[in-house]
Write a protein that binds this ligand. Structure first.
Ligand code: ZN
Length: 243
């Protein structure tokens, strides 16, 4: 396709190119959150019972990873923010910031009819995403999830990274159809990862679904170098979801 400007998929070059596009403001994913931020700054807009808010930039994984290297100061800032608001994740550092555990605030909810466990604080945001999807993602944007996952008790990242599943603010949808093409094996062996072009070609999720999450404060890791297209995480302000 004409939009496929990166025939060779060298990760480092790809990241550098992506960062360049972000800096120039030519990147679609950069445009959306800043538009939302402007909307947010002028006056609070509520839709489907939730404030329209984008993910907070400093909490996005790609904001504290520079060319694949973790910026520990930035990452620690983000983890501290999450621990203070959602609870500790059973590690020495996060327990210092909050004596209550995130897991103790887990709530069983349903998303498109499927049961999952998330942090009680973000449950209203997820309910709004569902309402928006039902109302707006019709016709060719219909999608029926079969498997969803939320809270997790074991870290899935290696090294110093902390998975937001530990805080209960992340959820995965159908890993078999929405793979993590930038992750370690076996994920990239999924045939859909061979599709060239924008990341939307390497996921079964309709763009309408992704936008519905993004309008309620969720970040989609399809935008990350990991291209973890099954994964959404709430990075908005949890104290401003319904007010
Ligand atoms: Zn995930």
């Amino acid at each position: 396709m004409a939009e496929d400007r990166t025939p060779t998929r060298t990760p480092r070059a790809l990241v550098a190119a992506a960062l360049g596009l972000v800096a120039l403001g030519f990147w679609d994913l950069g445009a959306e959150p800043s538009a939302l931020a402007k909307e947010h700054a002028s006056k609070a807009v509520f839709e489907y019972g939730c404030r329209v808010q984008g993910p907070q930039r400093f909490l996005e994984r790609r904001s504290f990873l520079d060319h694949g290297t973790l910026d520990l100061r930035k990452q620690s800032n983000a983890v501290r923010y999450l621990a203070e608001r959602y609870g500790n994740v059973d590690s020495e550092g996060t327990s210092r910031w909050n004596s209550k555990s995130a897991m103790s605030q887990a709530k069983g909810v349903r998303f498109m009819g499927l049961p999952l466990s998330v942090h009680a604080k973000i449950a209203p945001a997820l309910a709004c995403v569902e309402k928006r999807i039902i109302k707006t993602c019709t016709g060719g944007s219909r999608y029926t999830p079969r498997a969803v996952g939320g809270f997790r008790s074991a870290n899935t990242y290696r090294g110093a990274e902390v998975s937001n599943h530990l805080f209960g603010i992340a959820m995965d949808i159908d890993p078999d159809k929405n793979p993590c093409c930038g992750c370690v094996d076996p994920w990239p062996s999924n045939p859909i990862c061979k599709n060239a072009g924008p990341v939307y070609k390497r996921t079964a999720l309709p763009k309408c679904w992704i936008k519905a999450f993004e309008r309620s404060g969720f970040d989609w890791l399809g935008h990350d170098t990991l291209e973890d297209t099954m994964h959404f995480e709430f990075l908005g302000d949890p104290d401003k979801i319904t007010k």
